[in-house]
Write a new protein. Structure first.
Lengths: 227, 695
């Protein structure tokens, strides 16, 4: 199993009281699934993705990634896990503005180390080819359209060949056509590379592309359907 | 690793370009900080160098040796406190010199001793009556009559001054008596006595009239006893300006040219000189400068100093010339001279020229000149006033330090005369005294054993003549404390006495000045082993507060730079903190995609290091260029005191390569230290921050 959540509860402090963002979530996502976490704003989608992505820790319950219980890991180990096992796609693309397209995609490989420049170049070129940005390698992010930026972000997320890619509202900042294209691209990559994709969205048009839909409401799973 | 560094560097450079304001603020501060440190320390290093040359090359030498029993510390250029320093004595200079010369790094040892003396300067009428006495003696009637007229003119001025004084005086009776005396000296009857009884006329003038013009302030002179020939050979900056050096075996004095010009010269001429220096050399305006204004306002009050020397003919001629120069119908010479001496920015240059061309040749510009003999008066160690007549052999100055009061603070006398003024007798004098003692059967006893000597058994009264070789100890039991010793003739002595006997201190010149510190320690040990209770100090310590000046300036500079840097670093810290906050999402993203905390730390350090290295080395290069420019052009000394520190009228600073390399590194290191906290804070940013602050 790629991702296993057992009795996960997440509370956030709000002033003097605590607000429960997630209530007793049990969820298992298998390898190669193309899953969307759906639901309206504030239902707990991002919180759930943060817990899976080792960017936050559950108040109680356990989150396991590739068999490792993340709650027990140190900051360094969690970072290692993010670097080697997970890939991230953000709603606002989050490219490093001062770097070129190529350098943005290269960054995780540099953080990983162990590859020669030639090896890196080969892998990055292939990926840029796949996301349709082979001719934009030298451009800076501000020279690209929103859709192009998100393609760079996808390439960056996949460059380390992660087991799981997490995408938080990847189409929210894109027009619907571009958004559809991005989801199509993610789905194609998912089919080709068997990478597990978990993305959150509240857009029905996007959601319908998913093979599995986990619907959240007020921090609870209210529906979990596979197509 | 190298690849990561490349990315870090790339991110750093791009970020520096992106956050321009921060980069300019941080870079600017680091550049200025580095510039200040390099420039300040180079300048200070240069001043220390020139100042050390000034001090070492004038009187201090590299090291100084003096008695370990001294109560005060040696301060060649003054300790900053008034009073007379007790530096003890070196009893047998020849032994100390021989011991010191055994050290291989010693080039020479010069005997020294310094003290203060004063010269009574009499008053204006004293000078006049003295000349009148010699004129009367010469018997040339025309000259005598001429001088009588001059005296009468001066007496009229004195009378008018006294009449003015009478109006405000609380003791009118005394003033009236004085006026009566002046009236008598102005009467024809008085002068008719001149032929028959010149002495009574002269005595009346000298005793009753002369005191009325008031005593001039005595001239205080700091003098240094030494071996003049040796001194000239060792201290290369020393230069005779006029006359000659004091020949070995002769008593004499070499006046400082600086003192001769600024203290001894006629006061009106000095006033003109000072204003000329201020307005021409320093480009000041009389109207704007307090010091120049004071000199200018004093000038008319000193008019008598220019008139007292004029005889009847000269008075008439000067009156005509002044009337013509001032374009006025005024006939009174006193008024004309007062008007002439009333100078301002518009008329000064013309009057300066007229003064030196027309007035000065008739004025006695210097009360004594090379070849004259002066009576140097000083208090001996035990407080007796001692007068020694000394021939002025010449004037001297130190090359490059001509305008420095500090370098020209001393007048040099031969060591033998020094000892005499100090209260020691020459060997010749001692022999003479011994002979006298034997003749009159005086036995010397110190005051402690006086009672025993006078009233005790004969056995107690033993001769101590061999121990008592000072004039003071021979007189303590017999003479009153106000007794004054005065020798009337200058005389010769055996030149070997210059290098034998008592001195106060001695200058040590080294062959290799780089070994100064170790040589000093060696010498102290050597002297201690030889049972000589002496201390050896370096030139810095020997020069008193002056020597500490550079240390103090350096401390102040470093503290100031330190404060500036700390403030600068606080600003840098703040600027980096601000950008850290701005970059929260970027840092969160990096953390989210797998950057460890230390990667974030390295990212900040590389950023700071990039700007710091660029800015501090640019600052250092700019400072180097500026120092280089000043090294060619020179920095003009703003005052005579500073010219001593500058080793001349201009300082030509040179760059210290060590400072130019080390200072930017230190500043950059400081910047790195001050990046620690913001970098640490940035590394604590949670990866979830990547999700925040959406566009």
């Amino acid at each position: 199993m790629s991702v296993v959540l057992n009795g996960v509860i997440k509370d956030y402090p709000l002033g003097a009281s605590m607000v429960r963002a997630l209530h007793d979530i049990d969820l298992t996502i298998s390898e190669g699934e193309f899953t969307t976490i759906a639901g309206p704003s504030g239902c707990g989608k991002s919180t759930l993705l943060n817990l899976i992505g080792c960017m936050d820790v559950a108040t109680s319950g356990t989150v396991s990634i590739e068999g490792k219980v993340t709650n027990a890991l140190s900051d360094k180990e969690q970072t290692q896990l993010r670097l080697n096992t997970l890939g991230f796609i953000f709603q606002s693309f989050n490219l490093v503005p001062v770097l070129s397209v190529y350098q943005n995609v290269e960054l995780p490989l540099l953080l990983q180390g162990g590859m020669t420049a030639g090896e890196r170049s080969k892998r990055i070129s292939e990926l840029l080819e796949q996301v349709g940005l082979a001719n934009k390698a030298k451009n800076r992010s501000h020279e690209l359209s929103g859709g192009q930026r998100q393609r760079v972000a996808i390439a960056r997320a996949l460059v380390t060949q992660p087991k799981i890619v997490l995408a938080d509202e990847p189409t929210a900042n894109l027009d619907s056509e571009t958004g559809q294209n991005i989801i199509e691209l993610m789905r194609t990559l998912n089919s080709k590379q068997k990478t597990t994709f978990i993305f959150s969205s509240h857009d029905p048009k996007v959601i319908e592309h998913a093979r599995r839909i986990v619907r959240l409401q007020d921090g609870r799973v209210i529906e979990d359907v596979r197509k | 690793m190298l690849e990561e560094l490349k990315v870090l560097l790339l991110v750093a450079i791009r970020n520096l370009a992106l956050h321009k304001v921060k980069t300019i603020v941080v870079g600017g501060i680091l550049l200025v900080g580095s510039f200040l440190v390099v420039f300040g320390l180079s300048l200070l290093g240069s001043i220390e160098n020139t100042m050390s040359q000034s001090i070492i090359g004038s009187v201090a030498g590299h090291l100084q040796v003096y008695s370990a029993n001294a109560r005060d510390e040696l301060a060649l250029f003054g300790s900053g406190f008034f009073g007379r320093d007790d530096l003890g004595e070196i009893e047998k200079f020849e032994d100390v010199k021989a011991e010191l010369l055994k050290h291989p790094n010693i080039a020479d040892v010069v005997p020294l001793g310094f003290e203060n003396a004063f010269l009574g300067r009499g008053n204006l009428l004293d000078d006049l009556f003295e000349r009148f006495r010699s004129t009367v003696k010469s018997g040339v009637e025309a000259d005598t009559l001429n001088m009588v007229e001059t005296i009468k003119t001066n007496l009229r001025t004195v009378r008018s001054d006294l009449e003015n004084e009478l109006k405000i005086s609380s003791i009118p009776e005394d003033i009236k008596k004085q006026i009566a005396d002046v009236e008598e000296a102005l009467s024809d009857n008085f002068w008719m006595r001149l032929k028959a009884d010149p002495e009574s006329v002269l005595l009346f003038l000298e005793s009753r009239i002369a005191p009325l013009s008031g005593e001039k302030e005595p001239l205080y002179l700091r003098y240094m006893g030494t071996n003049p020939e040796q001194f000239t050979q060792v201290f290369r900056k020393f230069k005779i300006v006029s006359g000659e050096n004091i020949p070995a075996g002769e008593r004499g004095i070499l006046l400082s040219q600086r003192i001769y010009e600024t203290q001894i010269k006629n006061i009106v001429a000095r006033g003109f000189d000072n204003i000329q220096k201020g307005t021409v050399e320093q480009r000041k305006k009389i109207a704007d400068d307090v010091a120049l204004r004071t000199i200018a306002s004093d000038l008319p009050k000193q008019y008598l100093e220019t008139l007292v020397y004029l005889n009847g003919e000269q008075r008439k001629e000067t009156t005509t010339l002044l009337k013509e120069f001032l374009k006025t119908d005024e006939n009174d010479l006193e008024t004309l001279m007062k008007n002439f001496l009333t100078v301002d920015d518009s008329n000064f240059n013309d009057r300066y020229e007229f003064f030196y061309k027309t007035i000065a040749p008739q004025v006695r510009l210097y009360p004594f000149k090379v070849g004259d003999t002066i009576n140097l008066r000083s208090y001996t160690r035990s407080g007796f006033l001692k007068t020694v007549p000394l021939k002025i052999y010449g004037t001297y100055q130190f090359s490059g330090l001509e305008s420095s009061d500090l370098a020209g603070a001393f007048n040099f006398v031969d060591m033998v005369s020094y000892r005499e003024l100090y209260g020691r007798m020459s060997s010749e004098g001692q022999q003479e005294l011994e002979a006298l003692r034997k003749e009159v059967e005086i036995k010397s006893v110190d005051s402690g054993s006086l009672e025993d000597a006078l009233f005790g058994a004969d056995a107690v009264l033993e001769s101590r003549a061999s121990e008592s070789n000072t004039t003071t100890s021979t007189t303590t039991t017999a003479a009153s404390p106000v007794m004054e010793f005065k020798r009337l003739q200058t005389g010769s002595y055996n030149p070997s006495e210059l290098n034998t006997g008592m001195v106060i201190n001695a200058a040590i010149l080294l062959k290799n000045p780089r070994l100064l510190a170790t040589t000093r320690v060696d010498l102290e040990k050597r002297l201690a082993d030889a049972k000589m209770q002496l201390k050896v100090v370096d030139w810095k310590q020997a020069s008193g507060t002056l020597g500490q000046l550079v240390t103090v300036i350096r401390a102040v500079l470093l503290i100031a730079v330190g404060i500036i840097l700390v403030v600068a670093m606080a600003i840098i810290n703040n600027a980096i903190m601000m950008t850290t906050l701005e970059r929260t999402r970027e840092i969160g993203t990096l953390r989210a995609i797998g950057a460890q905390r230390n990667f974030i730390l390295r990212m900040f350090f590389v950023e700071t290091l990039t700007i710091a290295v660029l800015a501090t080395f640019l600052g250092s290069v700019l400072a180097a260029l500026f120092v280089g420019f000043l090294g060619v052009r020179g920095i003009a000394s703003p005052s005579d005191f500073v010219s001593f520190l500058f080793g001349g009228p201009r300082l030509y600073p040179s760059l210290s390569p060590t400072v130019a390399l080390v200072a930017p590194c230190v500043v950059a290191l400081l910047a790195l230290i001050f990046t620690l906290y913001p970098a640490f804070m940035a590394s604590r940013i949670a990866p979830a921050a990547a999700m925040q602050d959406r566009e």
